[in-house]
Design a protein around this ligand. Structure first.
Ligand code: ZN
Ligand code: ZN
Ligand code: ZN
Length: 253
């Protein structure tokens, strides 16, 4: 199993438009963060979790030639705005893109991308095929995926566990029941927005507390804001098994 961090930034990305802070002005490529998304290659399948506004750029940067399915964690624009760009894969494979999402997320996509679902379809628009998921485990081919229910302020969203790898973004509350589903993961990726507390995301401190509780072998912090600080500085403050993820980081499991 191979995991590629396609994007590790919060909703505005880093640098933020018109921001002069030292993170946004940094020359370190690890301080350039596209909107959060990961690609998982397993059993000859390529799955992408979330397709935000930078989806096209991420596919180009990683030279991705095939995506078998897109899984959505939730409907926020920084996770869904790139859906139109599945057209390239539609043309390549001459088939719709499989999209796994909860009912509420599907409703939102149908509103936001109404033209995709119009009765009279304009030629060349994206083709997608919905698969409805909830918090129950499901399979894509022979890959078992365990959804993890997360609270993103008041919005119930999903994280995903595939084997030893668990991806949890955009959350500030995980119940004890859901923690049981995460327990035993050797690799955990968790949102760590910034050092100060936030309404809908774990702060770095809260993320570290969660990691300490779950005790994975390796943990990755993602969905980072420019307010978190420079990669080189923040990484030095972290425990040895915790890595500040960056765009393009590849983890082989
Ligand atoms: Zn987000
Ligand atoms: Zn900035
Ligand atoms: Zn969100």
């Amino acid at each position: 199993m191979k995991v590629t961090f396609l994007g590790t930034g919060t909703s505005q990305g880093v640098p933020v438009i018109a921001c002069n802070c030292r993170v946004c002005q940094s020359d370190d490529s690890r301080d350039k963060r596209l909107r959060s998304s990961i690609m998982i290659e397993i059993n000859n399948k390529t799955l992408v979790i979330d397709a935000g506004p930078d989806f096209r750029q991420q596919m180009l940067r990683e030279k991705v030639k095939n995506v078998d399915a897109i899984l959505f964690t939730h409907e926020h624009k920084d996770h869904t705005a790139g859906l139109d760009d599945v057209r390239a894969f539609n043309h390549l494979k001459q088939m719709p893109m499989d999209v796994y999402a909860e009912e509420r997320v599907q409703q939102s996509l149908m509103r936001e991308f109404a033209y995709i679902f119009a009765e009279k379809k304009y030629p060349g628009i994206p083709q997608i095929k919905f698969f409805t998921i909830n918090s129950e485990p499901f399979r894509i081919d022979n890959i078992e995926i365990i959804p993890i229910r997360l609270m993103h302020y008041q919005l119930p969203i999903l994280g995903f566990r595939i084997g030893d790898f668990t991806y949890l973004t955009d959350t500030n509350f995980i119940s004890e029941t859901e923690k049981k589903k995460i327990a035993g993961s050797k690799y955990i990726t968790i949102t760590g927005l910034r050092k100060e507390k936030h309404l809908s995301h774990f702060s770095l401190g809260e993320a570290l507390q969660f990691i300490d509780e779950m005790k994975p072998e390796h943990a990755f912090i993602t969905h980072c804001s420019h307010q978190l600080g420079l990669h080189a500085e923040v990484q030095k403050e972290l425990p040895l098994n915790v890595y500040l993820a960056y765009d393009g980081l590849v983890v082989e499991l």
